[in-house]
Design a protein around this ligand. Structure first.
Ligand code: MN
Length: 173
């Protein structure tokens, strides 16, 4: 007798779940699908990392925001972070004792090694800046630019800051 009751209850539960499932499906109208699509695209367009802190005016022209990703330690001896440069923003001239790798994740910007012409860098570009080489990097005048930076061998130091990049230098081809 108990077994029969159990079976009845189970059957009722299955029917109820099936009905609920159907109801849910029939309620999924076009507008709720559009809402879902919108949510997905919003998530896709969200920046990968938090924007971080405003980079010091002493070392940057314009607005750049830095978010640290890997802090230096004695095991990995690597420093990495994310920088978003607003239009026209750039670093000062500087060098890295062991060089630096830049991975551009958004926008269009510039990288220039002293004595060489300015190169345009775009989303997807990977740039190797050689050790002890004076250079600067930043956004273009028309587009913001975000890059990840990786500094290896931090036991040798991370960065040696130099003069700001003047407007003339920045706009020079
Ligand atoms: Mn650099």
């Amino acid at each position: 007798m108990k077994k029969n009751i159990k079976i009845i209850f189970s059957s009722v539960a299955i029917v109820a779940i099936t009905l609920l499932g159907c109801e849910e499906k029939s309620e999924e109208t076009n507008s709720s699908k559009e809402l879902q699509d919108e949510k997905v695209s919003t998530v896709e367009n969200e920046p990968l990392f938090p924007e971080g802190n405003v980079a010091p005016a002493k070392y940057f022209t314009g607005t750049a925001k830095v978010y640290g990703l890997v802090s230096q330690d004695s095991v990995f001896t690597t420093n990495a972070g994310n920088v978003r440069f607003e239009k026209g923003a750039r670093s000062n001239w500087h060098s890295h004792p062991s060089g630096q790798i830049l991975i551009v994740t958004e926008g269009v910007g510039y990288h220039q090694i002293k004595g060489q012409s300015k190169e345009t860098i775009r989303k997807g570009d990977v740039i190797k800046c050689p050790p002890n080489t004076t250079h600067w990097h930043g956004a273009s005048e028309d587009s913001a630019m975000t890059h990840i930076y990786i500094v290896p061998n931090t036991e040798k130091g991370v960065v040696d800051w130099k003069d700001p990049v003047t407007d003339e230098e920045y706009l020079n081809q």
